[in-house]
Design a protein around this ligand. Structure first.
Ligand code: HEC
Length: 221
C-alpha cells in the first residue's frame, strides 16, 4: 500500500470520493464493507430460499414446506366444525394456520393474497390431563394432519389448489370436485380463504375493501 499509483486503488479512491489515502485505511474500510454486504446478501438469499413460494416435483406434487412453523401464525381453531350435527370425536382438536411471510407482508399492505401464497393448516389433538394441567386443553406433540392451500395463478385453472400431506413429504393436488373448493369459494371472506377467522387480518381486509361480495353481506361489523 505505497502511494496511490495502482489503478485499482485509484478507482476505489475515486469511488469513496478522496484524492489520496496514504495509509490505505479507507480502502480497507471499504473492503470490509463490501465483504459485509456480500455476507448479508447471501444470508438474505438463504432466508428467501427457505421461505419462498411453493415447490413441486416433476409430476406436480407439492413438496412439504419444511419451515412452515417459522412462517406467520394466523390462528388456532378449537373444535371447529363445519356441520351443526358434527360427530363427537371423543377428544378435542386444535387446528393451527400459518402463511408464508411474503404473502403476509403483501396482505398487510393490500388486503389481497399475492401469487404463490401458501397456507398450512395443521391439526393437533387436544389433551387435558398432563404435567400440571388440571382444566382446559393443550396441543399434542403428534400432528394429526397437514393440509395446504396454495395460490399459483399460472399453474391452477382456479388460481388456488388444496393439498393434503397424508404421509411424509409429498402431496398430490386434491381434485377440484372436492368440497374443499366449494366451501372455501362460497364462505371464505377473502379470495377463497377464511380471513374471517384470522383476527389480525380481518380488520385489514375490511379497511382495504377486499372482502368477497358474498361475505360483505354477512359481515357483522
Ligand atoms: C364447509 C366448509 C369447509 C370445507 C368443506 C373445507 N374447509 Fe378448509 N377451512 C374452513 C374454515 C372455516 C377454515 C378456517 C379454520 C380456522 O379458523 O382455524 C378453513 C381453513 C383452511 C385452511 C387454511 C387456509 C385458508 O384457506 O383459510 C386450509 C389449508 C384448509 N382449510 C384446507 C382444506 C382442505 C384441504 C379441505 C378439503 C379436504 C377443506 N379445507 C375443506 C372451512 C372449510
Amino acid at each position: 500500500m505505497q502511494g496511490i499509483d495502482s489503478p485499482v486503488q485509484d478507482t476505489a479512491l475515486a469511488w469513496v470520493g478522496v484524492r489520496s489515502d496514504p495509509t490505505g485505511m479507507l480502502i480497507k474500510t471499504k473492503s470490509i464493507l463490501v465483504c459485509a454486504i456480500i455476507i448479508l446478501s447471501a444470508a438474505a438469499f438463504r432466508y428467501a430460499a427457505q421461505t419462498s413460494g411453493p415447490e413441486y416435483t416433476g409430476d406436480g406434487q407439492l413438496k412439504f414446506p419444511e419451515h412452515y412453523r417459522e412462517w406467520v401464525y394466523l390462528t388456532s381453531g378449537f373444535d371447529m366444525s363445519y356441520s351443526p350435527n358434527a360427530m363427537q370425536m371423543g377428544h378435542h382438536m386444535f387446528d393451527n394456520v400459518f402463511v408464508n411471510p411474503e404473502a403476509y407482508d403483501a396482505f398487510m399492505k393490500t388486503g389481497k393474497w399475492p401469487d404463490k401464497t401458501t397456507f398450512v393448516l395443521e391439526a393437533r389433538r387436544g389433551l387435558d390431563k398432563g404435567s400440571i394441567n388440571q382444566v382446559g386443553s393443550y396441543q399434542s406433540e403428534e400432528v394429526m394432519g397437514i393440509e395446504a392451500h396454495v395460490k399459483d395463478e399460472s399453474r391452477f385453472a382456479g388460481k388456488w389448489a388444496f393439498f393434503r400431506f397424508d404421509d411424509g413429504k409429498l402431496a398430490k393436488m386434491i381434485p377440484t370436485s372436492a368440497d374443499c373448493y366449494s366451501c372455501h369459494a362460497t364462505r371464505g371472506a377473502v379470495d377463497t380463504t377464511f380471513v374471517q377467522f384470522y383476527p389480525t387480518l380481518m380488520p385489514v381486509a375490511r379497511s382495504k375493501g377486499t372482502l368477497s361480495p358474498q361475505y360483505k353481506g354477512v359481515d357483522r361489523h
